[in-house]
Each structure stands twice: as structure tokens, then as C-alpha cells.
Design a protein around this ligand. Structure first.
Ligand code: COA
Length: 194
């Protein structure tokens, strides 16, 4: 794993493998600078509807600067996890990230995207819970997310991450604040670093 993820490397998240209903396995790991093509290709494969939510505009490609920003994270204030099918590691199954609020270090904006063909199979929940575990281990207590008001799957997903979620609606958008729950499970070392 890239050295900029030094802090994240000691953090442990589980599960790191998600099994799909057909038995296929999806592996979670931290994003790396070498994931530019994975990310660009993953965005290009998304349906217009799925592509719209993460940016709140129908974005279809990423600039070089955007790819650098999204893949070169510091493992503490900017963290991203990717998920790839074990049988097709060059195709992005899901990506989840948070960016810490510089004014409120216990708060971070979170975003999660699952490839269209893999939606509705629990992968969003798995990667979302993994992201929340890392966030908590770095001192983050709440996630914020700006969602389209009609995005039922995303609303449910954040409520699956934590039941303590509040939503404010304005002009078709929903501002979500999710208080991260403390869980009993110990964090298991080195799981995402493979
Ligand atoms: C939102 C998203 C990440 C959910 O990922 P997913 O893998 O499909 O979600 P999961 O299968 O883990 O399900 C999580 C919850 O969403 C619900 N859900 C999933 N797809 C749904 C759909 N099409 N309609 C309504 N609810 C849905 C599930 O029932 C589950 O809720 P539950 O725990 O109350 O049963 C995925 O739909 C996606 O990538 N959408 C486009 C990008 C996006 O909107 N990101 C959101 C935040 S930026």
C-alpha cells in the first residue's frame, strides 16, 4: 500500500471480502495512486443515474487533477476504499470515501458508489460499514452526505450504517447527518492492506 496511507494501514476493518449471492467474491482494499484507470473506467461504466449522485451532476469523466485528488489520499483526512471482484480485479465493483471537515475534525463528508450490476446485493453496506470503522478509528464521529432527495437506496444505506441519521430537505436535495455508532467488534489489524 502507498506510504501516504500510513495511518490507515494500521487500522483494521472487517469484513474485507464480501460474498455476492452467486458466490463471487469482492475484495476491499485501500485506494492507491495506481488506481487511476480503475476509477476512470469505473465511472465510465456507471449508468447516468448512478453517476449523477456522487457529483450531483451527470459527470462522465474525470480530469487528471481530479484523478490525482481521488487516488492520492492521505489515509487520515482523505480515505478511500475500493472493491474489486476477485475474478476481475481490473473492474471497479465499488468505491467509498470520506473527506474530513477541516473546521470540524470529528465530521467528514462521505460518498459511496457501487457498480450498477452489483447494486442491491449488500456491497454498499459492507463497504460503507468498513468506511465508518476507519472513520471512527481516526476520530470521526459523524458522516455528512448530500443526496438527491429521491435517492432511496442511498438513504437506506446510510441508515444501515447507523440508525442515528437525520435528514434535512431543501430544493430536492437532502442533507444527511449520520452519527457513527460505537460497535462492540474489535477492529482486526491489517485487513485492508493486502
Ligand atoms: C446507494 C448505493 C451505494 C447502495 O449500494 P448497494 O450495494 O446497492 O446497497 P445495499 O445492497 O448494501 O443495500 C443498502 C440498503 O439500500 C437498500 N437499497 C438498495 N438498492 C435499493 C433500491 N434500488 N431501492 C431502494 N432501496 C435500495 C437496501 O434494501 C438496503 O436497505 P435495508 O438495509 O433497509 O434493507 C448504490 O445504489 C449506488 O451506488 N448508487 C449510485 C451512487 C449513489 O447514489 N451513492 C450514494 C451516496 S453518494
Amino acid at each position: 500500500m502507498h506510504s501516504t496511507c500510513r495511518l490507515a494501514r494500521v487500522i483494521v476493518v472487517r469484513p474485507v471480502v464480501h460474498e455476492l449471492p452467486d458466490g463471487a467474491r469482492v475484495r476491499l482494499r485501500f485506494i492507491a495512486p495506481s488506481d487511476r484507470a480503475l476509477l476512470a473506467d469505473g465511472l465510465a461504466r456507471l449508468s447516468p443515474q448512478s453517476r449523477r449522485q456522487p457529483f450531483l451532476v451527470p459527470k462522465s469523466s474525470l480530469s487528471d487533477a481530479e484523478l490525482s485528488y481521488l487516488t492520492e489520499v492521505d489515509g487520515r483526512d482523505r480515505v478511500a476504499i475500493v472493491a474489486v471482484l476477485e475474478d476481475e480485479p481490473s473492474q471497479l465493483a465499488a468505491v467509498a470515501r470520506f473527506v474530513r471537515d477541516p473546521q470540524r475534525p470529528d465530521k467528514a463528508e462521505a460518498a459511496i458508489t457501487v457498480a450498477d450490476t452489483l447494486q442491491g446485493m449488500g456491497l454498499g453496506r459492507t463497504i460503507g460499514v468498513a468506511l465508518a470503522d476507519i472513520a471512527k478509528a481516526t476520530g470521526i464521529r459523524r458522516f455528512t452526505a448530500s443526496l438527491l432527495g429521491t435517492n432511496l437506496a442511498a438513504h437506506r444505506l446510510f441508515r444501515a450504517i447507523s440508525r442515528r441519521a437525520q435528514t434535512q430537505y431543501a430544493g430536492g436535495l437532502a442533507a444527511l447527518v449520520v452519527e457513527l455508532e460505537t460497535r462492540e467488534h474489535p477492529i482486526v489489524p491489517a485487513a485492508l492492506a493486502a
